[in-house]
Ligand binder design. Structure first.
Ligand SMILES: Cc1cc2nc3c(=O)[nH]c(=O)nc-3n(C[C@H](O)[C@H](O)[C@H](O)COP(=O)(O)OP(=O)(O)OC[C@H]3O[C@@H](n4cnc5c(N)ncnc54)[C@H](O)[C@@H]3O)c2cc1C
Length: 458
């Protein structure tokens, strides 16, 4: 296969092992397998060329955006070729009247937004990795992020997809509509969104965009315990405040970013300019009533961006802490459960109990308004039994409390067993069978991102 890819792509097929090694892992930092090379297509026809070739030889294709996934979604496992979409990164159309943008999958979310800001618009999905993450990767992970509180996940923002299906002739589908309302039989757009590169290769996407809000005010508030934080969140909901973001950091992580070591909430609310002071006063009153402390506040969007900076460091500081305390040979896990918001305080308490019982380190943060928590833990690879017991316990706590094992990072290799557990818990093992059949219908030879996403019974 490498000879034909070299013939087709010239020096856009790379098999230098030093370069290939850069594409063998994603941000989960789990060792991947091998790949015979990395190919960099420029357009739809070139993607189809790779698919035809791989289909004929039964070779695996691991499609990658920026490989910032955290569950082993993007790394190659068993040879085959890495299909890097980084050179397919053009914006084809910005249509502010109809409220959409047409892009290639390799464009980074931040680059897309830098263009949209010039039109007074933005694309609101905002994973912590937005500077690196690509639209194609975000679609395939159904990414969410900080603004999920108001804007949800990629699912709500993906209108149309052009994608290559791994058939003998590398068939192309164009599914969805440019309109928000769209009935087109089974919803193939939503099936591909979140499919982690296992069903189709996305080559073009139409995404919804919205005008930039007039103003976003913000506040950093702290609480001595989770009960008070929960009381405050309840007051916000009762007051019908609909924040753009409400982010959480536990006491230890707050200390690491230079805040007093207490439970911290970072809140942003979209308001008309004239409503800024009133909104901040209302928030301040809720903080006082629930026994919290206002640490910082901002009256305009630019200042609110500054206010969120400590929260944006969550991943970096917790990784650094894990590296310092455990060393290079450790597995550092970013868990990703989601529970109904009413079950949050209970879930956090139970995860802490489990960590204490098993003697596991724990740092916690997350997108608390939509119930999405990222407990972080780490353990030496050679002593992984206890670590994996803890991870299983975290997933079981989420499911028992009415939640799910993954809010936004996806299943990858890390959560296949957890997904099977969740489906069993819901009395829905047949859903696993349906997923296998859907995979076979799209990908009869099983060549797209094999070994990922499908529930695995152990
Ligand atoms: C510091 C940090 C913070 C993060 N914060 C968040 C967060 O707040 N919210 C969140 O949701 N995620 C977060 N993530 C996870 C990850 O960054 C996002 O899911 C991101 O959208 C992935 O984009 P990517 O380009 O890196 O995709 P990749 O990791 O390259 O790929 C993701 C998946 O999509 C597939 N894929 C990629 N491109 C295509 C394509 N064109 N066609 C078909 N399949 C494709 C891959 O095979 C893989 O399964 C974070 C990660 C890090 C490291």
């Amino acid at each position: 296969m490498d000879a034909s890819l070299r013939r087709m792509f010239g020096d856009r097929f790379v098999d230098d092992p030093h370069v290939v090694s850069l594409y063998l892992r994603d941000a989960a930092l789990i060792e991947g397998g091998a790949a015979l090379g990395v190919v960099f297509p420029l357009d739809l026809d070139e993607v189809r060329g790779v698919v035809r070739e791989a289909y004929a030889r039964g070779a695996a294709i691991y499609t990658q955006g920026a490989a910032t996934s955290l569950s082993g979604n993007a790394m190659p496992l068993s040879g085959g070729v890495v299909l890097s979409m980084e050179k397919m990164a053009r914006i084809h159309e910005v249509n502010t009247y109809d409220g959409y943008v047409v892009v290639e999958p390799g464009i980074r979310i931040e680059e897309l937004n830098l263009e949209l800001y010039r039109h007074g618009y933005f694309f609101p999905i905002d994973p912590g990795s937005h500077r690196a993450a690509t639209v194609g990767g975000a679609i395939n992970n159904n990414a969410g992020g900080m603004r999920g509180a108001k804007y949800g996940t990629m699912r709500e923002w993906t209108l149309e997809l052009e994608a290559v299906i791994p058939t003998e002739d590398a068939d192309v589908v164009r599914v969805g509509c440019k309109t928000v309302k769209c009935r087109q039989g089974y919803d193939l757009v939503r099936l591909i969104v979140g499919s982690e590169g296992t069903l189709a290769i996305v080559t073009r996407a139409t995404l919804r965009i919205v005008p930039l809000p007039q103003n976003v005010v913000g506040m950093v508030v702290q609480f001595d315990d989770m009960e008070r934080a929960e009381a405050f969140l309840r007051l916000m909901r009762q007051g019908r405040l609909s924040p753009q973001f409400t982010e959480y950091m536990d006491e230890a992580t707050s200390g690491m970013v230079g805040l007093p070591p207490r439970h911290s909430l970072f809140i942003g609310v979209e308001v008309d300019r004239c409503a800024a002071d009133g909104t901040l006063e209302a928030l301040g009153a809720m903080v006082a009533r629930s026994g919290g402390h206002v640490v910082d506040m901002s009256r305009d969007t630019r200042d609110t961006v500054r206010l969120l900076e400590p929260r944006r460091k969550l991943f970096a500081v917790s990784t650094r802490e894990a590296m310092e305390r455990c060393g290079k040979g450790c597995l550092i896990i970013a868990e990703d459960i989601a529970v109904p918001p009413s079950a949050l305080a209970r879930t956090i308490a139970e995860i802490r109990e489990a960590a204490e019982r098993l003697g596991m380190p724990l740092l916690m943060g997350g997108h608390i308004w939509d119930g999405n928590l990222h407990p972080r833990t780490w353990f030496p690879r050679e002593d992984s039994e206890r670590g994996h017991r803890f991870i299983r316990a975290v997933m079981e706590i989420a499911v028992k409390n009415g939640g799910t094992i993954s809010g936004e990072h996806g299943i990858g290799t890390l959560k296949r067993e957890g997904l099977a557990m969740e489906l069993r818990h819901r009395g829905s093992p047949y859903a696993a069978e349906l997923m296998r059949r859907i995979k076979a219908a799209f990908d009869p030879k099983g060549i797209l991102n094999p070994g990922k996403l499908l529930p695995e019974d152990t």
